[in-house]
Every structure is written in structure tokens, then in C-alpha cells.
Design a protein around this ligand. Sequence first.
Ligand code: B3K
Ligand code: ZN
Length: 873
Amino acid sequence: PQSIYLSDYRPPAYRVTHTELSFDLDPMATRVKARLHVERHPERAAGEPLELDGEQLTLKSIAIDGQPLGDDEYVLTERGLRVDGVPERFLLDTDVEIAPKDNTALEGLYQSGGMFCTQCEAEGFRRITFYPDRPDVMATFSTTVVGRSDREPVLLSNGNPVERGELPDGRHFVTWEDPHPKPCYLFALVAGDLQKVEDRFTTAGGREVTLQIWVEEENLGKTDHAMASLKRAMRWDEETYGREYDLDLFMIVAVNDFNMGAMENKGLNIFNSAAVLTHPHTATDAAFQRVEGIVAHEYFHNWSGNRVTCRDWFQLSLKEGFTVFRDQSFSADTNSAPVKRIEEVSFFRTAQFAEDAGPTAHPVRPDHYIEIGNFYTLTIYEKGAEIVRMLRNLVGWEAFRRGSDLYFSRFDGQAVTIEDFVACMAEASGQDLDQFMRWYSQAGTPEIDAHGEYDYANGAYRLVLRQRTPATPGQPDKQPLHIPIRLGLVGTKSGRDLTLTLDGEYLGQDGVIHLREEEQEFLFTDVEEAPVPSLARGFSAPIKLHFPYSREDLAFLQTHDSDGFNRWDAGQRLALLALDDLIAAHRNGVEKVMDSRVVEAFRSLLNTATDDKAVLAEMLTLPSEAYIAEQQPLVDVDAIHAARTFVKQSLAIALRDDFLRVYHENVSEAPYAPEPEQIGARSLKNVALSYLVSIEDEEGVELARRQFEADHNMTDVRQALTLLVHSSRDDLADPALRAFGEKWAHDPLVMDQWFSIQVSRPQADALERVKFLMDHPAFSLTNPNKVRALIGAFAQNRINFHRLDGEGYKLLADVVIELNRLNPEIASRLVTPLTRWRRFDEPRQELMKGELERIRAEKLSPNVYEVIEKALA
Ligand code: B3K
Ligand code: ZN
């Protein structure tokens, strides 16, 4: 496989202005007829050959302007089709055959259960028909779908239905027209025996939009939340970004077999059923929130992605980073904003930091790739969103909104670049964003070493910041970035934010300083008392910030910082310091002693009234093993697990009565609603319960058992079941698991949870359980959700995945080898934990590397090949 380079970009030789498609559906032999209205691109010379992408297509016929081409008038290659000597402007007709039923990669047209559906982004359309499969070719589409009236009563595609009718032999057809020019990656088709739930939305401009969610019959009761979320998102985008919907129909379809969360096809979003279906008894609070976020994300793409799209796939973050930022802002507005930010950042710092520090690290705008499917990453999405957030903060919301308006109006209907986007922001704000652009081209997480001192005599505080970005593959030397640091100086006497005066300029009590040099000094004057600095408030930049805080400083910030995010972060830092000592103690075989400052900090949290219970729940949550590992120079899996367990149990023993009280204070019989207040109370109660069960406190275990039995909602049931299964009380866990498994055998999304809970348990039998469950009738290697629920969840089970006998690694590698053949996109994602082998001790390194080499010896898909080569480089 060959790399593709951003620097090689050229406009296409030919573009397509209008695309007519007709599908005659059949599981093993679907016929696809395409008529493309083709013309030479004005920037390209005349006489160049027409080159179309096409994979796994059987060509039946081809004609230009109605004249069939003979075998010697075109060339079929491994990648597609070439025709020499085409006119300046012509109609191209092709007729191909494809086999959706055999399509286990779930790209292109495939069957999920009995239904046909498509996934074209990034390069799946080339598995449907011969086409210039690149985002800078934008055409209007007219699509006719023919199916069997009994098996496929519903036939959907993009845009509006314009004609339908019966055909002989029990077949029927529907024709769809999409008036908005789009790249083929936004094409969609769905056909099957589906039912719909319908609603309406009137846009600010008065357009009456019909909203439909299409599901299999048994899921009809699970669409309310997605529909409500959709309407909220539509209103929010009007009010916040001035963006209105532009068709009379908006459809969402739920499918069970789907590689990702969802896909923003124009007018016909296709969703992984896990990202759309909810019910209080089957979905947790987290799932409700995820559905809301994904529904909004896909809807927001209608502008940031569809109306204005990417020129090439190197620009992927143009649509993804911006759209993630938009969905994050939406969720923050609809839920508890501080807790949303805490969740985002804690995930980001665990998973994106690890990616940015590993062998597959890449810039937010990569400059080369082998397989674009490997670049739907946390870096492109989440770090891209952090960059957009920094831009918003740098230029301020009003200029950002003007920049956004400018971007949408200037580039409507076009395929553009990240420069185009940032240029709009620079133009609207008058700011120079040249240095800022380095965030897009430079991989790796910048580290800031900070120190400060208070000058009592002059009432000044001197803060020194030094930045460095570690080398990443292909980028040994890094340039300084423009890093906005939002900060406060918290007075140690008053406990309040002091006013910030920098170089005579008044910044308020919460200001932003700009680090642009490798090292910079900031001298704050008129600082009345000695402060503790609260740095990078709200995670104002995607950086690692080191400051030599004492534990007293951190305990102080945890109670006094006016920034909720940094209060939480101070607690995390304090816990990490204690964990560090315990990790060292474990390694050295020394007795572990709990840091009483952490206990006191928790005691005070548990005894201080709060109106945001969700934030309190986060503050009572210890850093995860994965996050702790991120902080270590070399990961000691067992020591981390032992230290974290020790801290958790010590807190539970010391504060047992407080946890018990908090539990009881937050039990509620009120009917379930996925609303912030209820969610906060439930998280708090469930965190308290997790402490109690961690020491197998009799009363705590009994509460968990009762919470499971009460069967009030899935959040509570799942937490209770998880705690029991992860404790050593198999006498309670086994019957509960059995009951749950039997009760929900018919519901694949609940069975996913049932799988995950079991294989993430810390007990030594987790691996055996994985093997056993792989033979369970509800498991299937061809269903990505099942693979994630069972194999993916096991790979996150740190002590068991990293077993010293290497059996965890071997199991993962076996599955990767199998999936490499069936579904390369999923295979290359699944292999990620093995690629991080350099982070572990010598014996584990050898074992992990051994498995990577075993995978490398296979005949690999480009997806897996690219990842393995990077991992072993
Ligand atoms: N744009 C899709 C991702 C599709 C990736 C396929 N390899 C989902 C999203 O980001 O909204
Ligand atoms: Zn997206």
C-alpha cells in the first residue's frame, strides 16, 4: 500500500454536476446503473483521461453519450476504471453488479439483518459504482431504488421522494431527488421492513420540516429521546449559529451493524442503533446523553460538513473538529456545563494524549496517509474541537460567530480547506492567526513547565512558562505554539481571585495570557497577597501543564478556585500525588500508607452542600487506571491497580458513614427522566455505592443487591450489577447476571452491556469469560457493537488484558487477524492497545511486539497494515 500526500493535491480532471442512480436490490446481485453528467474541470488541461474509482464492482456495460464502449475502449484497474479520449462534456452510463450480503466490511452497500443500508464516508461509494470518489466533486443526485414490496416496503435515499409506484413481480420503486450538490460520501440508501415515528419542526424562516426516525418494529418505543434531542438541536443551531435546515424532510435510520456511531448523509442520517435508541429500562444516563450529543452532531453537519465540505480528506478536521465543538457547546447548554467539560477533558487527557504520544500520533491536519479510514481519530475529532474552542476564546464569541457566518456564506456549496476556515476567523476578528495555524500541522501534546514566585516587597507575582512539544513520528523538531492560558491568582488569605494587572493592562480576575515564545515571563503587579495560581482554567488549551504545587496548594485550590473545572482538576492532581507514593510503595514492597490530606479533602467534599451533584460525583471519582498510567514514565499495570484500589478502599473505610448517608440522601422513587438534576443525583448516589461495595461493606452490598432488584432504571441496575460482578460476591453476582441475561436476551443493546460488565471485572477469570462468551449465541464477530462490547471492553480491563502470560494479547491479536479479513476498519481500531507496547515493562513489551509481528505476517488490509507498520517502526 502507498501513501497519499496532501502536497500532491490537484483538482479533479473531470467533475460531475449531476448523478442519476438506479438500484435494483438483491442480496447477492444488486444492479446499480449510474448516469453521470461529466465535464472537464476548468483548471485542468483538455484531453486527460477520465479516471474513476471502483472496488469490488462487476462491470456489465459502459457507454459514453449513449455509445457503448468496447473492451478495448476502457481499462479496468485494481483501483477503478480509466477511459482515454473523452469529450469535454458527456454523459457516462455504467451498469455494475454488487453483492451487499457478502459485504462484511460495512462500507458501501451492505445488509444489516434483513435491511439494506450504506456507509460511504470516506471512500465507500466506490464500492457502489464507478465514480470520482473524492469530496471535491459535488453533484446533485437523483436516485431510484427498486425493491421487493414484501421484503423492502420502505425505500429511502437523500432529499425528497418525487415518485413511487408498483412494478411487476411484487416489486416497487421510489425515486428521490436531492437538490443540494454533495460529494458522494454523503450519499445514502436504506431499504427494508422499517417503521417510522414522525414529528414536525418549523424553522425560524417558516419551513415546515417533517422529521422521521425509522426503526425495526420492536424499537418503536425507543425513539422519543432522539426525536426530542433532534428538535432541540435544530432550534439551538438556529439560535446559536443562525443555521436553518434546508429540506422538507429529515430522516434518521437505526441500524444494528454499523462501524461508527452515526453518519450525516444529506437528509438521511444513518445511526448505529446504540447511538439513537433509548429507554429508561435499557439505556443508562450516559447513553441518553450520548444519543443527544450524536443526534446533534450529525444534524449540525448539515452545515458544517454538508453545505460546506472538505476539499480533500486531509481537511477532515475542518468538518469534524468544528462539528464536535458545536455538539459539545450544545450539550453544555442543555446539561450541566461544568460536568460536561470535566467529562470531555478527562476523556481527552486519557485517550487523546495517549494517541498523541504513541506511534500513530499525527497532526490534526495530517500531511500523508495510507488509509483515510484510520484517521477518524481522537486527534482529528477531539483535538480538532479543542483548537476550534481556542479560536473561539481567542477571538471572542461575537467575532467567532461573524467568522462562522462568513465561512458559511462565502463557501456555501463548496469543498474547502482548514485555511479557508481560519482565514474567516482572522478576517472577522482582525487577529493574526498565523502562528496559531501550527496547531493544525504539529502533532504531539505540548508540555508547559511553569513556576512562579510572589514578591512580597513589591506585591508582584512573576510567572514563568516554558513550552516544549515532544518529538512525534516524522516530526523530530517542534516550533513554539500560540497557547492561550486562562488563569486566575487565588489569594491564599482571602481565598478569592485577585485582580490581574499585566504590563499595566487590567485583565480582570480571570484573564488570558498568550504564550508564544519557547519561554516567557509574565509579571503581574498590584497583587495584594500571596496567591496560588489557577492555570489553564477550563482546560484552555490541549496541553500538559506542570506546576510544582504542594499538596496544601492543591487542597486549597480544590476548595477555593472559582473555576469549577480547576477545582476538580486540583483534586485529581492531589489524588495523583498520593497515588504516585503508593505506586512506589507497591513496587518497593513497602507498606502502603494513605495520605490523610486526600481523606480530609474527600471528607470535606462529602460534607459541603452543593447544588451541582454531578460535579461532586466527578470530584469523588478517582483518576482512572488509564489516566494514572498516562502520567507514568513506564506503566506498571499491577502497581497502578493496587494503588488505586488501596486509595479507594481507604477512603471507603474512613468515610463509610458519609458515603452511606450520601447514598440514602440521593435515592429517589421519582419516575426516570434523563434530566440534569436527576442524573446528577444518580451519579452521586452510584459513586457513593461504589465506595461501599469496594470494601464489601455488608450494608453497601445489600444496597447494591436491592438496587439491582428494584429495577428502577438502567443506570441504577447497570451500576449495581457492575459493582456486584466486580466484587468477590459471586454468590450474588452470578444469579444477578443470569437473571439479567435471560431478561434481556432479545435486546442486543442491553446484551452489549451484559458482555462488557463481565469482561471488565478485575478477577483473574475475565479472559476465560471472554473466550466463553465469544461462543454465546448473542455474540457475533461481524457486529461491531458486539466486538466493542466484548473484545474492546476486555482490552480496557488493564490488569487482565496485560496478564503476564500474554494470553490477553494473544486473544486480541487472534480477533484482529480474523477481523482484518471481515472488517478492516474495526480491526485496525481494535489493535490500538497493542500499538502502545513501548509504554510497558520489558516482558510485556516483548509479548505485545510478538503479537504485532504475528499480525504483520498475515495478508493485511491497508487499514491494519498502516497501523502495524507504524507500531513496529
Ligand atoms: N462522519 C462520520 C464518520 C464516518 C467515518 C467512516 N469511516 C460520522 C461523524 O463524524 O459524524
Ligand atoms: Zn462528525
